[in-house]
Design a protein. Sequence first.
Length: 162
Amino acid sequence: MQINNRARGNLLLLLAGLLSVALVIAVNLEWYKDLWGYWNDCRRQVFRPGLEQRKAERLGNMYTLSKAIALALRKERQKEKVVVLLPPTPYFRKKGLNYHVPEPAVFYYYTGMKTVWPDTKDTAAITHVVEMKRRALVIRRIRNREQLSAVLAEFRKYKITL
């Protein structure tokens, strides 16, 4: 009789343990899925040769186009004193380009280049503007205040979204 009570107690503990494990897994299923996703991303990215390639793959079009804008300005040797006016994302979407414009701080993180949005109060520092002309990105130097005012009026028609 003593053995049956012990076996019954062990069986009860086993069932309680299995139920506890199943409950923990069910409650934390999203966490496990995220963990598995990170593991798959890590395995795939370990074999990518360069940091830039991995960044472009992970961050997508936002990173790639931001780097392209910065590269075009660096070719002009304008990096140090450039402040670029970026239009809002809906501007690019209306013109047919899928480019989610990053916040100025994120753009700086990606490229090391200062940018502002059209809602900025300090427009005196703006030296360049990014626009769409004939379905292509165009980077223009700001020549005078009238040109800047016209560009700002155009960009302010669109809502800034994060």
